[in-house]
Design a binder for this molecule. Structure first.
Ligand SMILES: [Zn+2]
Length: 272
C-alpha cells in the first residue's frame, strides 16, 4: 500500500530542507533521514526502514489532524512513540518491538473495532463487507486477542477505527503500531472502490495486522515501481526469505485472495 509519490515533491522538499527546523515542531514535508538522524536511527533499531521517511498530516474522522512520521509508505508513528519505543538489542530474542498486551489472567482480550459510517469519512458498503471479512480472518484463528466489530460514529471507547480518507489521491491505507500495550487506533483507507472485495479485504487485513504489531514481511515484492527490501523481526517457524502469499507484504497484489498465508497464521499464533 505504498503511496504513489510525486517526484516534484522531492524537489520542493529539497528547497524546504534548507530552512531551519525547530526540534519540537514538525513541518509537513518529505524529510531525509539526515534531517532527523535520531528518529532514523531509532526506527532502524525498531526494524523499520528509514528510507523515504516523511512527515504527514494524518486526518482523523473527527476532522482533526495529527503530525506523524510516515514510514515505509503505509505506517505512521508520532515522534513521541518513536522516542519512547523500547527496542530489543539481543538478536536471539526475536519478537515484534511492540504488541498488544494480554494479561495472563484475562485469557483472551477483546478489542473493539468500528467501521466508521459518518459523512465523508464513511466506509462504502464494499469496504464494510471487506472489513467484516478481514476481522473474520483473525477471529477464526482463536488467538489471545479477539475483535468485536461494530459500525457507527462514536469514536470514544473504540480500540480501532477504520475510516475512509476523502482527501487522499491514489490508492492505499495507513495505520500504526501498538503503544502502551494497546493497539494503534486509526486505520485509514482510500481509493479502494474500483478494486475487488478481496483486494479491499487484503488492505484492511494488512492494516489490522500493523495495529496489533505485525511488521512487513521480509520481501522483494515490487510495490508501486520500487523494490523495497524490508526486514522485520523474525518470527520462529516463518521463512527468512520471501513469502509471496503473505498479506503483510508491502503491497496487495491485484489477484489477492484477501486471506492470511500459512506463515502469516504461524506468525499470529506466535505473537498471540
Ligand atoms: Zn503495511
Amino acid at each position: 500500500m505504498k503511496k504513489i509519490r510525486i517526484i516534484a515533491m522531492l524537489f520542493i522538499a529539497t528547497l524546504v530542507l534548507v530552512s531551519c527546523q525547530n526540534e519540537d515542531t514538525l513541518d509537513t514535508e518529505t524529510v531525509s533521514k539526515e534531517k532527523y538522524p535520531e528518529i532514523a536511527a531509532k526506527l532502524q533499531k525498531m526494524y523499520f526502514s528509514a528510507e523515504g521517511l516523511e512527515i504527514i498530516d494524518l486526518e482523523l474522522p473527527d476532522g482533526t489532524k495529527q503530525k506523524m512520521f510516515e514510514v515505509e509508505g503505509d505506517m505512521v508513528f508520532s515522534k513521541e512513540h518513536i522516542e519512547k519505543a523500547k527496542v530489543f538489542t539481543d538478536v536471539k530474542q526475536y519478537r515484534a518491538y511492540t504488541i498488544v498486551t494480554v494479561p495472563w489472567w484475562v485469557g483472551v482480550r477483546t478489542l473493539k473495532i468500528m467501521g466508521y459510517t459518518g459523512g465523508v469519512f464513511a466506509l462504502s458498503n464494499k469496504e464494510k463487507t471487506a472489513l467484516r471479512w478481514a476481522v473474520n480472518n483473525y477471529n477464526v484463528l482463536n488467538l489471545r486477542i479477539k475483535f468485536d466489530l461494530s459500525f457507527g460514529t462514536n469514536l470514544v471507547s473504540q480500540d480501532i477505527v477504520v475510516y475512509r480518507r476523502p482527501n487522499m489521491t491514489g490508492v492505499g491505507g495507513q495505520s500504526g503500531f501498538p503503544s502502551n500495550g494497546d493497539p494503534y487506533k486509526w486505520i485509514s483507507i482510500w481509493g479502494l472502490s474500483p478494486f475487488s472485495y478481496n483486494y479491499n479485504e487484503c488492505v484492511i487485513t494488512h492494516h489490522i495486522g500493523h495495529t496489533i504489531g505485525v511488521q512487513h514481511t521480509y520481501s522483494t515484492v515490487s510495490c508501486g515501481g520500487s523494490t523495497p527490501i524490508l526486514r522485520g523481526v523474525h518470527i520462529p517457524g516463518t521463512p527468512w526469505g520471501t513469502d509471496l502469499n503473505s498479506i503483510y507484504n508491502p503491497c496487495c497484489p491485484l489477484g489477492t485472495t484477501g486471506e492470511l498465508s500459512h506463515y502469516d497464521k504461524i506468525a499470529l499464533n506466535y505473537l498471540y
